[in-house]
Structures are given as C-alpha cells and as structure tokens.
Write a protein that binds this ligand. Structure first.
Ligand code: AMP
Ligand code: ZN
Length: 148
C-alpha cells in the first residue's frame, strides 16, 4: 500500500448509527467483517439477503475523505459471493448513494449488496418499499450462518 492509499486514522461519530453498529453498541445481523469493513443485513431489505457493507471508520459519504471505496471493496467482493452461494441468488446489484440528492439517508458511507432472484428481475424492481415479510431477516440470517 502506498502512502497515498493509507486510510485516515480510525474515527467514530457518537451520533452515527452505523458507527454504533461497528462498535457493537447497536445490534445488527452481522454476516461478514474484516479489518476495515463490516457487513450486516439491511433492516428494511428490498430483497432476501439485502446487506450493507460499511467502513469501520466514520466516513460520511464516498466523496469525502480518502479511499473509502477501495477500503470496503474486498468486503463487498466477499459479501456478494457469500450471498450468491448461501442464498442461491440468481444475481446481485451493488448500489452506493452519496448525498441527499442521490437518496442517501444514513451518512456513514455504505454499499448496498442486493441479491436478486429470477422471479423478481430487473432494475425497476430493485427497490421494494414494503420491506421484508415478518421473520425473513432472522431466517435469512440463519441460512447465511448455517453455511459458515
Ligand atoms: P441509504 O438510503 O443508501 O442511506 O440507505 C440506508 C439504509 O440503511 C436503508 O436501506 C436502511 O434500511 C438501512 N438501515 C437503517 N438503519 C439500519 C439498522 N439499524 N440496521 C440495518 N440497516 C439499517
Ligand atoms: Zn459512522
């Protein structure tokens, strides 16, 4: 790693829900982590297994600070493969929003990793505003863990 690629020192924002998930102060269904990133199930999943990958340090969005996208890239790669294998997904969408105008709601940068299934295909059906049916988050979490 060159000095240019070195991340900033670890930094946490006490008011940030994703920093609280990273530290363990808030619960989350964590499915993967490495030294720089943590992945957990999205609480309002658009599709079964919808997950978020966040850097361990607080970076408000991908256009601020240095290198947060490259920092989470190995975890995004691993989580996409994990979800595809464990959930038998037919495809994966990656989505990252930066700024209000882009629809970002939580200002700790995060990549949405969304498994897709052949019965609900295509970009038009990516965002399901209804959220997951009752019990799905726990059942999908168990299914991902079971293959560990
Ligand atoms: P965005 O609109 O890209 O900022 O996405 C924020 C995402 O964070 C949404 O999909 C939310 O459902 C998700 N989210 C918010 N709070 C939590 C939480 N406590 N645990 C898991 N996911 C969350
Ligand atoms: Zn944060």
């Amino acid at each position: 790693m060159t000095p240019f690629e070195m991340p900033e020192p670890q930094h946490s924002d006490p008011n940030c829900i994703f920093c609280k998930i990273v530290s363990g102060e808030l619960p989350a269904r964590r499915i993967y982590e490495d030294d720089r990133a943590v992945a957990f199930l999205d609480i309002a999943a658009w599709h079964r297994g919808h997950s978020l990958v966040v850097p361990r340090r607080h970076v408000s969005d991908v256009t601020t600070g240095t290198g947060s996208l490259s920092e989470i890239a190995p975890a995004v790669d691993a989580v996409a493969k994990l979800l595809k294998q464990r959930l038998a997904a037919d495809g994966i969408n990656l989505l990252l929003s930066a700024g209000d105008a882009a629809g970002q709601e939580v200002f700790h940068t995060h990549m949405h990793v969304v498994p897709r299934y052949a019965d609900e295909p295509g970009l038009r059906l990516l965002i399901n505003p209804d959220g997951p049916p009752d019990g799905e988050l726990e059942s999908v979490y168990r299914q991902i863990q079971a293959g560990a």
